[in-house]
Design a protein around this ligand. Structure first.
Ligand SMILES: Nc1ncnc2c1ncn2[C@@H]1O[C@H](COP(=O)(O)OP(=O)(O)OP(=O)(O)O)[C@@H](O)[C@H]1O
Ligand SMILES: [Mg+2]
Length: 261
């Protein structure tokens, strides 16, 4: 029998900030090519978890292994897409997308060609020489995605990447992301506050809870692929959203009340 080696192993992970247990004892494994969505109320440690996987933040205890190697610092095996597009305004779209390879010292002509291919893949062919200010929010997030893919990472880490977009653009970006993912089957960790977005994209949804921050439950999303947007109106989809909402509703209400006082 062929033994499947997990892509990512989270082994006894905890993170403590002064006075706050941001993450308590996370043990889980993620397979190569899996799409994992992460949901949970504000402050439950979603960003902290992604930052530790990215290597930007150190774990207090425990270990994360990527392909069997412990993560200790950022690396080109992990691409990060943040909520805000942090494109450099004085660089063209192509120059922005090439930042990773440039910093890593592997900005070869082949890599440039591959990056142009990625811009095409995200629907930005013909915009290579534009500047960020000339693009819409949705287009800038596409550049962000191309830039994260340009380092050819093993894992894509996405922290609320579509939350600044309007509802229609957001739905288009969800289908585009799935289309791109189907092509390369990177392992993806995708944080979102929208449960329907989480369900639409994922193979499994990690539901986090807070105080202390923890991985509360993992929900399998056994919906067929490819998934058209119309799947969101099917009873199976609605039932999954409902199930996850029931898990976190109480805590979301609590966190909203706290933010109001
Ligand atoms: N650098 C830091 N120093 C101290 N506390 C921090 C730091 N970063 C995060 N925290 C705390 O850790 C907890 C988890 O924060 P985190 O940003 O990971 O939550 P989140 O789930 O991403 O929330 P949101 O949905 O609002 O983005 C929060 O209580 C937060 O205040
Ligand atoms: Mg966050």
């Amino acid at each position: 029998m062929v033994q499947v080696v997990p892509k990512l192993v989270i082994d006894g992970l905890t993170k403590r900030f002064t006075g706050i247990d941001a993450l308590t004892r996370i043990d889980t494994t993620i397979q190569s090519g899996e799409f994992i969505s992460i949901v949970g109320p504000s402050g439950c440690g979603k960003t902290t978890f992604l930052r530790i996987v990215s290597g930007l933040e150190e774990a207090t205890t425990g270990e994360i292994r990527l392909d069997g190697r412990a993560i200790s610092k950022p690396g080109s095996d992990r691409g990060f897409v943040f909520q805000q597009d942090n494109l450099l305004p004085w660089r063209t779209i192509l120059q922005n997308a090439m930042i990773g390879p440039e910093i890593g010292g592997y900005a070869s002509p082949e890599r440039l060609k591959a990056t142009k291919g990625l811009l095409k893949l995200v629907g930005l062919e013909g915009f290579e020489d534009y500047y960020p200010r000339q693009l819409s929010g949705g287009m800038r997030q596409r550049v962000n995605l191309a830039r994260a893919l340009a380092i050819d990472p093993e894992i894509l880490l996405m922290d609320e990447p579509f939350s600044a977009l309007d509802a229609q653009t957001r739905e288009i970006m969800q289908t585009e992301l799935l289309r791109i993912w189907e092509k390369g089957r990177k392992t993806v960790l995708f944080v979102t506050h929208q449960i329907d977005e989480a369900v639409f994209l994922a193979d499994r949804v990690f539901v986090f809870a807070r105080r202390p921050g923890r991985l509360q439950e993992i929900i399998e999303i056994d919906l067929p692929r490819p998934r058209p947007l119309s799947i969101k109106r099917t009873p199976a989809f609605v039932a999954l959203v409902e199930r996850i909402w029931n898990l976190i509703e109480h805590e979301v209400r609590e966190s909203i009340m706290e933010e109001m006082v």
